[in-house]
Design a protein around this ligand. Sequence first.
Ligand code: BV8
Length: 228
Amino acid sequence: MRVFVLTGAGISAESGLGTFRDKGGIWARFDPMKLATPEAFAHDPNQVHAFYNARRANLLSAESNAAHRAIARLGAALTEHGGDLFLCTQNIDDLHERAESSRVVHMHGELLKARCLRCEVVIPWRDDLGVEVPCPSCAQAGGLRPHVVWFGEMPLEMDTICDALQRADLFVAIGTSGSVYPAAGFVTEARGNGIRTCEVNLEPSDNARQFDETHYGPASTAVPAWVE
Ligand code: BV8
């Protein structure tokens, strides 16, 4: 059995990381166009770095939760029985990895990594990084940005994602509002390929009607219940 799981901010909400579009969410408090676009970084890199440094500090004090651990168990069980879990996350945290999921596709990048604007090398984030620090690979000063996909930028590993979406037997969306593309369109693509679809979320998402099966409740209880 090949299962494609897409996770969003809702799976990390109970770990204390903010979601984006819930009441008091990140995009309710910060303007994504001023902090999560290439133009915003070009205009004020220090402000953008400060925004991600604050989220990184929050992440470092957070822990994975029962939902992340249940997905890791699902992956191990599928592999053991000759199946496959393709875990694609919109999240830029590392909580799936800390819950011991083995292969995580971060389509929107990773908060704990930096990328050079010129040579594109990706390096682990260090607190001293910022616009003054030269790239360790091409020595360009001021060239390091968060390794995060901003609005208007192409998500990462899309070929791999689309291939996995074609081959899946089941598509499961967990903790996502279904409001950001191309991720929000994956359920439509799955349905078009005749793949069964399931949503596990706190409440019905924007595209809830497209799911054959739905389970609602906080991820830390709803996801383990669905996995078991
Ligand atoms: C692209 C990283 C094209 C950054 C993010 C104008 C210009 C350019 C593009 C566009 C445009 N207008 C529209 C677009 C397309 C745009 C888009 O879709 N915009 C939306 C707003 C309409 N998309 C893009 O720009 C994408 N790129 O289109 O490129 C292209 C083509 C060719 C060549 C080049 C380019 C890139 C989008 C990626 C942006 N980066 N993240 C960062 O994190 O700072 S997106 C942002 O939304 C988030 O980061 C997150 O990754 C993503 C999805 O959000 P969710 O994860 O779903 O979170 P949300 O808060 O919305 O929902 C949480 C859910 O959890 C809720 O349903 C809630 O009920 C539930 N929940 C809450 N608590 C719990 C829970 N569930 C369970 N348990 C709980 N306890």
